[in-house]
Write a protein that binds this ligand. Sequence first.
Ligand code: PMP
Ligand code: GLU
Length: 397
Amino acid sequence: MGLISQRLEAMEESATIAMAQKARELKSQGVDVISLSLGEPDFKTPAHIQKAAKEAIDSGNYFAYPPVPGYADLREAIAKKFETENGIPTKMANVVVSTGAKQSLANIFMSLLDPGDEVIVLSPYWVSYVDLIKVAEGIPVLVKGIIENDFKATAQQVVAAITPKTKALIYSSPCNPTGSVFTYDELKAIAEVLKSTKITVIADEIYEHINFTGKHVSMGSFPEMKDKVITVNGVAKGFAMTGWRIGYISAPIEIAKACSKIQGQFTSGANSIAQRATLAALTSNLESTKEMAAEYLKRRALVHSLLVGVPGFKVNMPTGAFYFFPEVTSYYGKSYQAYSINNASDLCMYLLNEAHVSLVTGEAFGSPECIRLSYAASEKDLKEAISRIKTALAKLN
Ligand code: PMP
Ligand code: GLU
């Protein structure tokens, strides 16, 4: 019998966080690493949100345990946001506030899954879905979109993956790691397949505000999907608030109650001051959010123009989030000095050590043909990083 549980032994470490940690270590040794691995806005949390947090501290009213599912006024504001911005019918009782969208997702899988239940994961998928499903003793079933379809899986593929054991389906749109955005028609087609089943959809919309198509579509707004969709969102990306750790959901009441029950045992609820900051974020205008999105759009154009100039990379044009996900298989089988590149992980380690640029292997997202580059970084760093990548790749033969 090992010291650590089999459940934990079977779980992978988060690859995004592991790569960011490696980059930090190299930096602390004085190596000039450009970090494009962690999906994290490089902006500061807007001043009015910081101010709300300071006021909450100064008031002295928010030092006690908050209610487990979140402060009532925040949950009301979230319900209003879901209804007015996303068209998702939501009352306060449907809302649970958690310690990051990551915990929202963990709560959901723990609430929904019995051992052996299957979850269809539209792939490429965000790194943590699969391990969170496994820890909840579920079985991830990957349904993979190809680069020619902007990495988006289709309704036909979903039909083929459904079995009597399918309990849920999860996707992100805008998508991490591909930056793709599902259109209204694509989501409608998937809803058509699911509407008469008992499958619950988990729609991860944390990149809602970084969407260059001009239109964000929530499956939770489709009348035929009433009571079948859990919408996950949070303030990390749209409001540059990764460290504040606040995520939230709109879920059918039974599921919201279950998530709150788990949270009551695991964390007692999300940080009080961060909840007050979130209330300010969600109730003020979106000016700073829009400014940040405009900046990402500029960088997307820059990075696209640079990446298409990298020999051997196959690149599409993402329509949201802040990632590129180039296909890099043309480098597999090549080598330089002690390095042999046999997969995306080898290539990422090579680029970290030789170009001092940190990226994340596509293996972590269900796509071993690709690597992920976050362009939530300055234009100067992006230009320098891609130039270094090109130089390092040119040495491989
Ligand atoms: N979903 C997706 C698609 C993400 O990229 C992330 C990463 N932040 C999360 C959920 C988790 O967000 P949070 O930082 O709020 O836990
Ligand atoms: N979501 C971000 C990413 O994909 C942050 C890291 C994480 O939460 O795992 O890089």
